[in-house]
Design a protein around this ligand. Structure first.
Ligand code: GTP
Ligand code: MG
Length: 210
């Protein structure tokens, strides 16, 4: 898949399904500072579509981007940021809860973990939550430029064990050197194709019931 256009749509503190929320959503989820906003910029080939920062806790709202006028990429605030106070953590929890429970347009999530570190309890809990509520997800191992290609498998193995996924299901990615970009775009293209097929089949079923 090629990204031909990418534009900012809206920022939401409280998720509501009213216009402009009207298209299938691919959410980008993960710990604070793992590289969610950078991944969106790298995918879209845009330096400043999303604001990024070396200080964790940069993204505080649900930011929605329109891609190829066909689907929405959703940049979410990161979890597990130790320095935020209790009230902010509570606000984050409520915002995410409301998002994941009300997002009928969400068709897939990219769950980002740093390739250098073992997933945290929060990462594991996030994967469990997705399985529980039936949101399919793909684990993306970010900052792949920080380790050599030869050392990748050594880092991927503990991620697989913690997240209960197979090594070939994980996409190593770097926003710095672009590695994994084509693989991730290809994967997103396939997911969208599946979605279109599902829509066609359910449309045909509805048609045949009439
Ligand atoms: P929050 O919005 O706080 O949840 O963080 P985020 O997950 O959106 O992270 P962000 O994209 O803002 O990146 C955090 C820091 O990691 C920035 O300093 C980025 O430059 C850096 N970073 C992100 N991706 C990569 C990568 O692939 N390689 C390297 N070397 N650094 C990266
Ligand atoms: Mg961010």
């Amino acid at each position: 898949m090629q990204i031909r256009s990418a534009e900012f749509v809206t920022s939401l503190a409280e998720y509501r399904e009213q216009p402009p929320i009207s298209l299938p959503q691919l959410a980008v989820v993960g710990k604070s500072n793992v590289g969610k906003s950078s991944l969106i910029n790298a995918l879209c080939n845009r330096k400043k579509l999303c604001k990024t920062s070396s200080t964790p806790g940069k993204t505080r709202l649900i930011n929605v981007f329109l891609i190829n006028e066909a689907f929405h990429l959703v940049d979410l605030p990161g979890y597990g940021f130790a320095k935020v106070d209790k009230a902010e953590k509570k606000r984050w929890g409520e915002m995410m809860d409301a998002y994941f429970h009300n997002s009928s347009y969400l068709f897939h999530a990219l769950l980002l973990v740093d390739i250098r570190h073992e997933p945290t309890q929060d990462d594991v809990a996030m994967a469990q939550f997705f399985r529980q509520v039936g949101v399919p997800f793909t684990v993306v191992a970010t900052k792949a430029d920080k380790i050599s290609r030869g050392a990748r498998m050594k880092h991927i193995a503990p991620i697989c064990r913690a997240m209960l996924v197979q090594p070939w299901e994980i996409i190593p990615f770097s926003s710095e050197d672009g590695s994994g970009r084509d693989a991730l775009l290809g994967h997103i293209g396939e997911l969208l194709e599946l979605l279109r097929e599902e829509a066609r089949t359910s449309g045909e079923e509805e048609h045949s019931m009439q």
